[in-house]
Write a protein that binds this ligand. Sequence first.
Ligand code: ZN
Ligand code: ZN
Length: 820
Amino acid sequence: MRPMPKEYNFKEIECKWQQKWEEIGIYRYDWSDKKRVPYSIDTPPPYPSGELHMGNVLNWTYFDMLARYKRMQGFNVLFPQGWDCHGLGIEIQVEKTHNIRKRDLPSDQFRKMCMELVEKYIAIMKEGILKLGCSIDWTTEYRTMDPDYWRRTQLSFILLQKSGFMYQGTHPVNWCPRDETAIADAEVDYVKREGTLYYIRFQLEGSSKYLLIATSRPEFIPACVAVEINPKDERYSKYIGRKISVPLMNRSVTIIGDECVDPSFGTGVVQICTYGDKDDVKTVLKHKLPVIRLLTESGRISEAGCKYTGLHVNQARAAIVGDLTEAGLLEKTEKIMQEVGVCERCKTHIEILERKQWFMNTRKLTEAVETAANEIVWYPDYMKNRLVDWAKSLDWDWVISRQRVFATPIPVWYCKSCGELIFAEESWVPIDPKLERPKTDKCHKCGCKEFIAEQDVFDTWMDSSITCAVHAGWPDRADWKHLFPADVHPSGTDIIRTWAYYLMVRHLALFDEKPFKSCLINGMVLGSDGRKMSKSLKNYAAAPEVLNKNGADATRQWAAGGGATGSDIPYRAQDVEYGRRFLVKLWNASGFTSKLLDDYKPELQENLKLQPLDKWVISKAENLTRKVTEEFEKCQFNIAIEDIRNFTWHVFCDFYLEAVKDRLYNPDLHGKEKKVAAQYTLYEVLYRILQLLAPITPHLTEEIYRYMFADNKGFSSLQISPWPQFDSAKVDEYAEKNGDLIIALISEARHDKAENKLPLNTPMKSLKVYAGNDENAKVICSASGDIAGTLKVARIEVLAEKRMEGRQVSSYDIYIKGEY
Ligand SMILES: [Zn+2]
Ligand SMILES: [Zn+2]
């Protein structure tokens, strides 16, 4: 046993172990191992945002605690790491940084700029993940922007096209006019805003009467294709089938009836435009109405807008409202609160445009998603409903094409002559159709030899929604099903509707199998005041600062203990500080213990004479092991850390260590056997504490392990020592009950010293104990050596009689009286 340094230098310790673990390679998944059961973690590849934030700290700590726990359980753990590089976020940043738009330069140059930015961001995030001490197998690192990854995305598309899940269609889609691309439902955020409701007169044809229509989007009047009322609405039902003029447009539309119209909203008369909102889409489809393409891809009025052509939507609104006022058609306006959809990335008001797009037929999988969701174990269970509800709420199929640059190319060409679609074959990928011809000499339909490349690219979720199979080795390893479905998919409450959902539909469609067996959900990190963390609210904590100041092990305790799994947890600096104080306490206690164990030979111990307090703490440690194991199994990290800290701090340090000191210092007085029994107990219980803590605070536990246990236990790292098995033979309820009594007695005597303003090490001339009965007296006598030693009592007298004299020991019928 080597003496431990006095100071706990977390910076040095953490840095050292992060390097050594990587050197000895204990985090590598062993692909050739046929004996150990594999455990695969579907680490969601993060979107490199250029900063590791406290939310990342929370979710990586979750993944890592699980990985470390499972490794100690004897599993061959796959903890991979990828980077989800593509997407709008990076493109927008590049555009802003260089003050350009995507179309200003050739796509390969723009792409290169995106890749450079991504690499910069990855480096920052990676540094943070390493500092947090994550046990990732870095040999698995991948980037979705690499052609080798495109290959997998493109292959999955080809397979799904063959099985009828992919189709091209002209359907209305959510559109971001700023980014000039289609976006999926999941990328639309809804915000509440104040808007204006305009009451506009629509003249009935062949009559002097008009109907009043309330709309918040008068700029869509040029795209009005019908006026709709509820046929049950007696005010208007007589007008169904009649013609009505579209204001300012010199044309008329038909009044149609539909029970969807809410007679109590606005005036009960609505204009149907292509497309003001999702309801318009439904009505147009249902009543087979014509479509007027009013908006261009950049959110301007097209030629269909007559005199308003070329205006931006907002300008068009002002112009149209002005013209309506002048024509006397605007009756009144009123302010309303409305919920509008905005682009998740750039917060621009989204529009609905009809353009040719690629879709995945996801809606036909809704039932399969629900079945799979029910088969999966969710931590916590109620999160399952978020996925099922989301799947059921979807009106449209998933639009998988984007009109962007930095993304995986869609491997498709069109025949220049007949327009026939030419799909890449499985052996052609990775391929960029914009740079390469199809590997076929002519169109199989018309024989034409010229092709036009598909310009659209994939939604970035097409890359990241196949990770469960990719991590397992698909499509290259024949044995990839060995690791599929993944054992756990960790996710955040904010990405269930995207990540969990897309993983589901893609793997179900590709392999007719659910992607993962369990789903571990983390909540969001809130500011110290319980509000969303934000720099402007001054409740923001920067993860690198927190890690630098307190170290990984303290920060990880906050992540583990901040709140129940799946719930939102506030970042509180005092939680991290408490974590650090705990580590210092454990460090000091271990250092002290190592001195007490100076002459201890762990390998020579047999026929131990365990004393009541030894049995007490051993039994408690055993019960703790059972509890903590159950808590890890249920991913209840916050309960596990609390249980371990309470045991360590109070049971082990405050009571046991104090109570056996004298036995260890004075073997002549107490006997050598009792000293050895205490040494054995200290050694094994401390080792147990380190093992249970190892998944949560890996660095400090490893360091103490090296000083005190490595020589005897023999594992190259505590991280690969076998997780302790609960041993019911070591649980001794009788010993626990007796030990509790002895500890209560010692505490009461200490209180007595404290109340008499005496230091705890003040010697006592005598201690008289009225034990209340024979049984108690026997228990107290059996530990009289430890009691006397701890309290520095010269003479201890235990009487079986019941006498209420002196101080009562807790709720026992025991009274004590000390003399100093
Ligand atoms: Zn946008
Ligand atoms: Zn052709």
